[in-house]
Design a protein around this ligand. Structure first.
Ligand SMILES: Nc1ncnc2c1ncn2[C@@H]1O[C@H](COP(=O)(O)OP(=O)(O)OP(=O)(O)O)[C@@H](O)[C@H]1O
Length: 291
């Protein structure tokens, strides 16, 4: 089971949204991290076969997804970022309908839908109209529809947006279990969503994959660049102007402890910190707020 992205490029009129991306995915969870506009959705839509690349190919087990056509769609699950629901449908009717579109037999669909309603805590709202659901519930319905055909390849574009912290953790655990023998690709700009579950993560910037690897490999880039120091609160303003501060924590007696990124320590009494993925993210995207 191997999904191979080869030299994939997408050009819109005046914009190269994805720029010669090469990436090979095998069973497990893969993270795709990037700021808004980095090209994640465009890359995922090409991998899902929804838009044609300007050049390059996507191959599943050495066969182009264009050649695979319908048989690729039958082993594929996709949660788009902007999920177009049928707001007047009841949850269960919507899942029945999506199962029919995916060509799943009624008997298999009934069993799977029941399981998914339970897994995603949607059983109590099965008769509710989708428009009456909260954002988090809608997202869960979206994830459930992506799993209807028990896909070998699952692509989730920003799956946790709208989910509360409890739901995020539940989804993470579920995906970890699910991914043992399948390929799961998750795009997000929220680092903790993938930090602990993705075996490998690619970081995308301006259409290109600028870093990829296991968390350990990625973190090498910010080794000896993450520091913490305790400073008087009234100095914070001064440091905020010149330093990339990842985190600020109030301490006793008008002091604050800051975690900052720099090539070398610049504040007296600084201690070195073990880097985290969000440090790397801020290092690569200095203009981004870390959530
Ligand atoms: N259909 C389109 N026509 C023209 N430009 C587009 C189109 N789709 C995307 N783009 C541009 O391509 C770039 C990458 O967009 P994309 O949506 O893939 O980024 P992203 O990383 O998914 O960001 P976000 O998280 O904000 O969705 C952006 O500059 C975007 O404006």
């Amino acid at each position: 089971m191997e999904l191979c992205i080869k030299d994939l490029t997408k050009e819109f009129k005046d914009k190269r949204a994805v720029d010669r991306v090469n990436w090979t995915l095998t069973p497990g969870i893969w993270g795709l991290l990037g700021a808004n506009g980095a090209g994640k959705t465009t890359l995922m839509r090409m991998v899902a076969g929804l838009i044609k690349p300007s050049s390059g190919t996507v191959e599943y087990d050495n066969v182009s997804i264009d050649v695979l056509g319908g048989s690729y769609r039958s082993i594929f699950g996709y949660l788009p970022q902007e999920f177009g629901f049928y707001p007047e449908f009841h949850v269960q009717d919507y899942l029945d309908y999506m199962a029919a579109l995916k060509g799943i037999s009624r008997k298999t669909a009934a069993k799977r839908i029941e399981g998914l309603l339970q897994t995603f805590s949607l059983a109590d709202v099965r008769k509710k109209k989708i428009r009456q659901l909260s954002g988090g519930m809608k997202r869960r319905v979206g994830i459930a529809q992506a799993l209807l055909n028990d896909p070998e390849v699952l692509i989730l574009d920003e799956p946790t947006s709208g989910l509360d912290p409890g739901e995020r953790i539940k989804l993470r655990n579920l995906l970890s279990e699910f991914a043992t023998d399948r390929i799961v690709l998750i795009s997000t700009h929220i680092v903790p969503d993938i930090e602990y579950i993705a075996a490998s993560t690619a970081i995308m910037k301006e259409g290109k994959i600028v870093a990829a690897g296991t968390p350990k490999e990625l973190l090498k880039q910010v080794e000896h660049k993450v520091w913490s120091a305790c400073i008087p609160e009234y100095d914070l303003h001064k440091y905020e102007k010149n330093l990339r501060i990842v985190n600020i924590r109030g301490e006793e007696e008008n002091m604050v402890s800051i975690r900052y990124l720099a090539k070398r320590p610049v504040i007296e009494g600084t201690k070195e910190c073990a880097p985290k993925l969000e440090d790397l993210y801020l290092w690569l995207f200095p203009e981004e707020e870390v959530e």
